[in-house]
Ligand binder design. Sequence first.
Ligand code: SF4
Ligand code: SF4
Length: 178
Amino acid sequence: MRGSVFSTLVAYLKDVLWALRSVWGSCLTAVPYLFGSGDLHREVTELYPDPISSKTPDDLPAKSRGFLFNDIDRCSGCRECEKICPARCIRIEAEPAADESKIWISVFDVDFSKCVFCGICVEVCGPNSLRHTREFEGASYSNNEMVTRFGRGWVSPEQRKKWAAMRRQIEEEDGVRS
Ligand code: SF4
Ligand code: SF4
């Protein structure tokens, strides 16, 4: 009985010592931080942009995925990227161009407020027109400003008629030759 009281007392004193040590350790960290002195004092919040420590595109890892860029001159308008995008943030509107073998991409919008930067669209892009840049700063107060537009613009009805006439003329010429 006496032995068990003694061992309980020892365990209790050990707990008290452990608690005091823990409080002392916390004070060693917190007090210099709170009062701004000593070697342990350090800033934990960085200003943004911090001219010294902020990341720049050059600091990023080689395979970083920044904002997308589409070289519309190389884009075939195949829509593979639009179909595979899990976030449904690519919108394409296209129609035949003057030359029937080509497509006029009126709209190619990427909504970066929805994009999860998974990179699947880049992987499926056959002509390699779509790729990630190393640009990552694009905060905005408006969702509309988060949409980047790469398209060539809507075709006017007059232009559409003109192209249709050109295509017919090419078809007729091909028919004469064959
Ligand atoms: S990176 Fe992913 S989420 Fe963003 S547009 Fe491409 S497929 Fe869609
Ligand atoms: S997958 Fe590439 S080529 Fe096809 S529509 Fe998208 S960006 Fe254009």
